[in-house]
Design a binder for this molecule. Structure first.
Ligand code: ANZ
Length: 749
């Protein structure tokens, strides 16, 4: 159900902007490689490619029947034409020395039998995918040098319009830490003079004089010189201090310098280590004459991209006994997956694995057998969407420069430190610009939660309708949907039962996009009732128009002759879609508008123009209902392709076009002739009404959706608030204008 929600939200935006004459690219692709497909295919004894493709067909049909306006001619990341580009990306990274192979102690998922990146292990040490407790293994793996971009990745976060919690999570994940590197001259225990220098990283240079020991990570080069020793035969002599050197498990090899100064008096872990190894406390000594340099280090680690699984993009490298790793030449791309399907690494297919070296035919070599993490596939797809048929490159520079960055990106928060970080890194490389940012605005949609029924004491999940044991009662809670909790719902069944628009409206109405949505089928009834009311209203209006012979009013081009109430509604909805994103309140405004229309109709007032505007406003939310209603009313469907509040210039241009063609629309002529409407805005100070002022609606209409806040604000200051402030000597702390634009509240202190 999560995908129904996120795609409905994005469809709503896409339709809105298209109606506002923007060139909208609303793409859809299939992130199709990866473990879920491979595991399901193994379980069902089918080829993962077939399994994946049949799932895609099913999903495409479901999305289409929801009325989602995607560009459906697209790609799946498991298609050769796509993964050829993934391989090109990898080779570009390799050539720029941003992809490398290294030994590392890695996270091994014992259930999925593969390694995981740091980001893919949660705080409890479990795999993000299988939930299994992750083990440590020493393996040779491929990495992407994302750490080269730590600083640009951090800085760029200040330039994007993203939810603050996602920005905060990513900043924390990158983890810039400012401190100092101190160089200690080291002497062998049997020698007299220093032979080497040990660099350590500290964020507490103020504790330097209290250092009691130095410690390196267990795989630090110095520790490797003396394997299996904890107290290394080395020490630093500084002044009167003879500081011993240890190899310690708690020192990380890939952070800072991989070495620390131990200050037991200030640091708990150092204290524990000193106690465990009987390290004595040394006298204080001023050590500031050592070489000290200020520096910053980052917690971000390089991105581990090797996976030991079949269903992924083969890494396009050939290992030659003489030349070492050699990139597969571009003419030989893509390196296709072997036809023999294995449940482990590709090297199980000997025939596929054995190839000559690209440099010398006579050198028998072997293909790299790891496949790429699927997050690599999805790290550049927004580039590819612009040029899906291009066989020569991911995207032509022309298209890339014309359309990127993405204006509005919609996705889940769970990707804050994974996909959203990887995609930013890859975008910087592809754009050849460290300050490039791929996603200008980000909307993170909340989860869809299902109702679970649990027994009150044993906390066992109950099937729908299942009764609890006699001594227990049922507790109902909303939780993440999952098969084991019996709280999942099937979008296909709901579609069958309620229709696409009811499902869309319910999803949009139940909660604002960024919050979780508690799926409760009982609430659908309310939305369904409203849809029926609109349908009845449309029929009644058609009948009234037929009786009065006023159908001709609907031949105009747009809703220029709308009532102030409808204008208000249109402005409110524009504001919501463009600014606040709280689409639920937009649906509520539509509900209010339909009630007003019904009242007007009952009172015998003319509602044809307002009804047209209403249907235009309805399109992004319930396209089927809007278009069906238009045909009941005999409205030309193309009229539902424009938003009723286009920019003034657009109206002007349209009028100019009509004039030159000698076909001036009566509506446009009417709107040009109408005197500007005015509206009253209430001015408050700390929530108390201090007066009202008049603002021209004509002016407000200039910019769809946006309130000309500075205008209202300065007008209010000039007319009402300024006097108050000069009397009391207070200052304005905050100004609040609710989306209705009917009120302005100054918080002063
Ligand atoms: C002396 C000291 C005294 C420290 C004190 C802390 C408190 P963040 O903020 O995460 O950057 N450190 C440095 N490199 C390390 C490594 N490779 N593995 C484990 N620990 C390492 O933490 C920086 C602090 O973590 C550094 O400052 C260092 O200990 C330790 F009262 O130096 B401190």
């Amino acid at each position: 159900m999560g995908h129904v929600r996120v795609y409905t939200i994005s469809d709503c935006f896409a339709r809105y902007y298209a109606m506002n004459r923007r060139f909208v690219i609303h793409p859809m692709g299939w992130d199709a490689f990866g473990l879920p497909a491979e595991n399901a295919a193994i379980l069902n004894k089918v080829n993962p490619a077939e399994w994946t493709m049949s799932n895609i067909d099913f999903m495409r049909d479901q999305l289409r029947s929801l009325g989602l306006s995607f560009q459906y001619s697209t790609f799946a990341t498991c298609e050769e034409s796509y993964y050829k580009q993934t391989q090109r990306l990898f080779l570009q990274l390799y050539k720029e020395r941003l992809a490398y192979q290294g030994f590392a102690t890695v996270h091994w998922d014992p259930v999925d039998q593969t390694v995981l990146a740091n980001e893919q292990v949660d705080a409890e040490g479990r795999s993000w995918r299988s939930g299994a407790l992750v083990e440590k293994r020493d393996l040779k793996q491929w990495f992407l040098r994302i750490t080269d971009y730590s600083e640009p990745l951090l800085k760029g976060l200040d330039t994007v319009d993203w939810p603050s919690d996602v920005v905060a999570a990513q900043k924390q994940w990158i983890g810039r830490s400012e401190g100092h590197v101190v160089e200690f001259p080291l002497t062998h225990d049997d020698a007299v003079d220093p032979q080497t220098v040990l660099k350590i990283f500290t964020t507490r240079i103020d504790t330097l004089n209290y250092v009691d020991f130095l410690a390196v990570s267990v795989d630090h080069p110095l520790a490797r010189e003396f394997p299996k020793t904890t107290r290394l035969p080395l020490h630093a002599v500084v002044g009167n201090k003879k500081i011993p050197v240890f190899a310690a498990e708690y020192v990380l090899s890939d952070y800072g310098c991989g070495a620390i100064m131990g200050v037991p008096r200030h640091d708990e872990r150092d204290a524990a280590f000193a106690a465990a190894h009987g390290i004595p406390s040394l006298p204080d000594e001023d050590l500031h004459h050592l070489r000290i340099s200020a520096t910053a280090t980052y917690h971000l680690r390089d991105w581990l991209v090797s996976r030991q699984r079949y269903w992924g993009c083969p890494i396009p490298i050939i290992h030659c006994p003489k030349c070492g790793p050699v990139p597969v030449p571009d003419r030989d791309l893509p390196v296709r997956l072997p036809s023999k399907i294995t449940s482990g690494p590709l090297s199980q297919d000997q025939e596929w694995s054995s190839v000559p070296c690209p440099c010398d035919e006579r050198l028998p070599s072997r293909r790299e057998s790891d496949t790429l993490d699927t997050f690599v596939d999805s790290s550049f797809y927004f580039h590819r969407y612009l040029d899906i048929a291009n066989p020569d490159e991911i995207v032509s520079q022309e298209l890339r420069d014309k359309y990127l960055p993405v204006d509005l990106y919609i996705g889940g928060k769970e990707h804050a430190c994974m996909h959203l970080l990887y995609a930013r890194f890859v975008d910087k490389v592809l754009m050849n610009n460290p300050s490039a940012e791929p996603f200008t605005r980000l909307l993170t949609q909340g989860m869809v939660l299902g109702k679970t029924r649990k027994t009150s004491i044993s906390k066992r999940y109950l099937l729908p309708g299942e009764a609890p044991p006699t001594h227990e009662s049922v507790v109902e809670v909303f939780e993440k949907m999952s098969k084991s909790k019996f709280n999942g719902i099937s979008p296909s069944e709901l579609l069958q039962e309620h229709g696409a628009d009811v499902l869309r409206l319910y999803t949009l109405f139940k909660a604002p996009p960024h919050l979780s949505l508690e799926w409760d089928e009982r609430d659908i009834v309310g939305v369904k009732r409203w849809v029926t009311r609109v349908w009845n209203l449309v029929h009644a209006a058609a009948a009234a128009a037929a009786a009065a012979g006023t159908q001709s009013l609907l031949t105009g081009t747009s809703g220029f002759a709308m009532s102030p109430f409808m204008l208000e509604t249109a402005r409110f909805i524009s504001h919501v879609v463009e600014k606040s994103h709280s689409l639920n309140t937009a649906v509520a405004a539509l509900m209010k508008a339909s009630t007003q229309l019904q009242k007007d109709l009952d009172a015998g007032r003319e509602i044809q123009q307002d009804l047209l505007v209403f249907l235009q406003l309805l399109v992004p939310f319930a396209p089927f209902l809007a278009h069906e209603s238009a045909s009941v009313l005999g409205i030309d469907q193309t009229k539902l392709m424009v938003w009723p509040l286009l920019l003034r210039e657009d109206v002007g241009n349209a009028v100019a076009a009509w004039q030159t063609s000698g076909d001036m629309s009566p509506d446009a002529a009417a709107v040009m002739a109408t005197p500007p409407m005015e509206r009253t805005v209430v001015v408050q100070i700390n929530g108390k009404t201090k007066g009202t002022m008049t603002v021209s609606v004509e002016k407000l209409q200039q910019e769809p959706g946006a309130l000309p806040e500075p205008d209202i604000r300065s007008l209010a200051m000039e007319k009402i608030v300024g006097r108050h402030l000069s009397r009391t000597g207070q200052v304005v702390k905050r100004v609040i204008i609710p989306p209705t634009g009917k009120l302005i509240n100054f918080v002063v202190a």
